[in-house]
Design a binder for this molecule. Structure first.
Ligand SMILES: Cc1cc2nc3c(=O)[nH]c(=O)nc-3n(C[C@H](O)[C@H](O)[C@H](O)COP(=O)(O)OP(=O)(O)OC[C@H]3O[C@@H](n4cnc5c(N)ncnc54)[C@H](O)[C@@H]3O)c2cc1C
Length: 597
């Protein structure tokens, strides 16, 4: 028998997006529960190093309008500009509020929040009218910014007495007609099923980088609620846009934050050439991520790669290099001590995972699958859209990396996710609070937990011969090889065919652990099902978009095609696979232009 709970609102996920949403609800006195499959402070938000964008202008002149412009251009004009304007404007009060909550930001000598440069964040170049150069916009706490955000928001939630259900994994949503009425979860410690009856549910379950093998994403990032929403008839927006971060640890994919380049780090090819000078003369190493990842691939293809398989390039953060090239902010001279202070964890990662001494030698890097620009479509208040006509699922919200509002369009700028999750996490919490006040309770079906239970029982008792690990490995390798930084129609067709086979094989998986308690074998099998669905939607959406834009780079369609493709993809589950519909991009201040840096 399942245990029944009743809360006005349930938040699924305790990363930055979920914790700010729940904080708004708790402060308003709403009876709210947070369900999270991880202990809250283990959410992926805690691994974010580089920082959080806000045009505070503490170090040099800056304006929210410039931040909005960079976000729109960085996203290759697929960004909804009303959302980008909100992001840039509300970034400032969000960072100030975090500071008031006690987040220990780095400080300037005068005591203001210190900021650093990050890719694609710019200001006009006073020396070259019409050109733009890097601006210091990223607020940070050394290279542990996400950790500090998560701890601060968790503390605030504890203070405001939010109820947490830690290590509860959500398995299904209760959606009746066009209304969400709660969700179903399994308590990982006991295997017991819980039904959460709620007037509003906010999804904040993060990304799904685990569809790829080489990724910066944590093991838990399996896109559970993105896939569950899709299975429940909700479309997924712009899934073809997946970001590859240029600088992952060689072959492992662990992230070397862009902060390393923000502090002056330089990329070199096998000939010691600083190739970014040729590729992006104004922004160099601080061009946006989609571009740098492509340039690295081009170097490797041209035979200019380094490393055991000549498939990497060098990142150099040695003080003497930074000083020789005057690549630190403002061209200032830096010492090893300055870099150890600015990048302690990053330097440690290089020592630990690569075995290089970054103060004395260059180290190998390679692009790594990093961030989902696409996800569950929402309006500006986080309300989940059930179609391209902006009709909503009542009582259902989504915020953070699982959602697509869309502020990142075809490519996200560094430091813009942390601010996105908090700005739109808050807006979701505030709007849900309004919705709760205006809405009466609806009943839920006595069979609300039927599907979740049958899925779990089905996997527990399955006797098929297919292995979860083998299917996952093949899916990840296929996505790496065929739906990566550069794409072709032929490759993607092959990927879709392999994924289809794997989805069939998945019907015959069985697991070893037949127990109830902490059955991670079972949960991993479930998560593989989500990943397969999301890999499938990603690959089919990518094949469908016959142009190159942002992170979606097709060799058979190398140009951006605004005439036919300046529109969002909405992918719906259908009997034949995926049905595509489209939604126009909201353009307010900035008309699409060619993207040069
Ligand atoms: C290594 C790394 C470094 C990064 N650095 C930066 C940076 O410097 N600046 C920046 O702007 N962005 C950065 N990003 C991106 C950014 O950190 C993430 O996009 C963002 O933190 C996502 O936050 P979130 O709240 O949406 O989800 P997450 O923080 O990922 O939290 C997801 C939550 O959902 C819960 N959950 C998931 N599935 C279920 C389920 N089925 N049932 C119950 N709970 C569930 C999890 O328990 C977790 O609490 C980085 C990302 C990575 C991977």
């Amino acid at each position: 028998m399942a245990t029944l709970h009743k809360y006005d609102a349930v938040v699924v996920g305790a990363g930055g997006a979920g914790l700010w949403a729940s904080l708004e609800l708790a402060r308003a006195g709403v009876n709210c529960a947070v369900l999270t499959k991880l202990y809250p402070t283990r959410s992926h938000t805690g691994t974010a190093q580089g920082g959080i964008a806000a045009a505070l202008g503490n170090m040099e002149e800056d304006h929210p309008d410039w931040h909005m412009y960079d976000t729109v251009k960085g996203g290759d004009y697929l960004v909804d500009q009303d959302a980008a304007e909100i992001l840039a404007d509300e970034a400032i009060l969000t960072v100030v509020e975090l500071e008031h909550m006690g987040l220990p930001f780095d400080r300037t000598p005068e005591g203001k929040i210190e900021q650093r440069r990050f890719g694609g964040h710019t200001k006009p170049d006073p020396a070259n009218p019409g050109k733009r150069i890097p601006v210091m916009r990223s607020c940070k706490s050394s290279d542990r910014t996400g950790h500090m955000i998560l701890q601060t928001l968790y503390q605030q939630n504890v203070k405001h007495e939010t109820t947490f259900f830690n290590e509860f994994q959500v398995l299904d949503l209760i959606i009746e007609g066009d209304e969400c009425r709660g969700c179903i979860a399994v308590e990982i410690a006991t295997g017991e099923i819980h039904i959460f009856h709620a007037k509003a549910v906010i999804l904040a379950t993060g990304g799904f980088g685990k569809i790829f093998k080489v990724t910066s994403n944590a093991h838990s990032l399996t896109g559970d609620l993105v896939a569950i929403a899709y299975r429940r008839g909700i479309p997924l927006e712009d899934m073809e846009f997946f970001q590859f971060h240029p600088t992952g640890v060689y072959e492992k994919g662990i992230l070397i934050s862009e902060a390393a380049r923000g502090e002056g780090g330089i990329l070199f090819n096998a000939h010691g050439e600083r190739f970014m000078e040729r590729q992006a003369p104004s922004m160099k190493e601080l061009a946006p991520r989609d571009m740098i990842s492509r340039f690295i691939f081009e170097e490797v293809r041209a035979g200019n790669g380094v490393g055991p398989h000549k498939d990497a390039v060098w990142l150099d953060v040695r003080p003497e290099t930074i000083n020789r090239y005057k690549s630190a902010p403002g061209g200032k001279q830096v010492t090893a001590h300055d870099l150890e202070r600015a990048l302690p964890d990053i330097l440690e990662f290089v020592r630990l995972y690569e075995g290089f001494e970054p103060m004395k030698e260059m180290f190998l890097i390679q692009p790594t699958a990093h961030y989902a620009m696409g996800g569950i479509p929402t309006d500006l208040n986080g309300r989940v859209l059930r179609n391209e006509k902006n009709e909503v699922v009542k009582g259902l919200y989504a915020a953070g990396e699982c959602a697509c509002v869309s502020v990142h369009g075809g490519n996200r700028l560094g430091t813009n996710s942390l601010i996105d999750i908090l700005v739109f996490g808050r807006r979701s919490g505030l709007d849900a609070e309004r919705y709760l006040r205006e809405t009466a309770w609806s009943d839920i079906s006595p069979k609300a937990d039927e599907l979740a239970i049958s899925q779990l029982e089905g996997l527990l008792h399955a006797t098929g011969k297919e292995s979860v690990a083998a299917i996952r490995k093949q899916m990840q390798l296929t996505m790496d090889q065929k739906v990566g930084v550069f794409r072709t129609g032929e490759d993607m067709k092959q990927a879709i065919s392999v994924i289809n086979d794997l989805r069939e094989a998945y019907q015959n998986v069985s697991i070893m652990d037949k127990g109830k308690k902490f059955n991670t074998d079972l949960l991993e099998a479930l998560e593989l099902g989500y990943l397969l669905d999301l890999a499938y939607v990603t690959a089919t959406s990518a094949l469908n978009r016959t142009e190159s834009r942002g992170a979606h780079a097709r060799e058979d369609y190398p140009n951006r095609d605004d005439v036919n493709w300046l529109k969002h993809t909405f992918a719906f589950q259908s009997a034949g696979g995926v049905e595509f519909r489209y939604k126009p991009v909201t353009i307010t201040k900035y008309q699409p232009q060619e993207r040069k840096y």
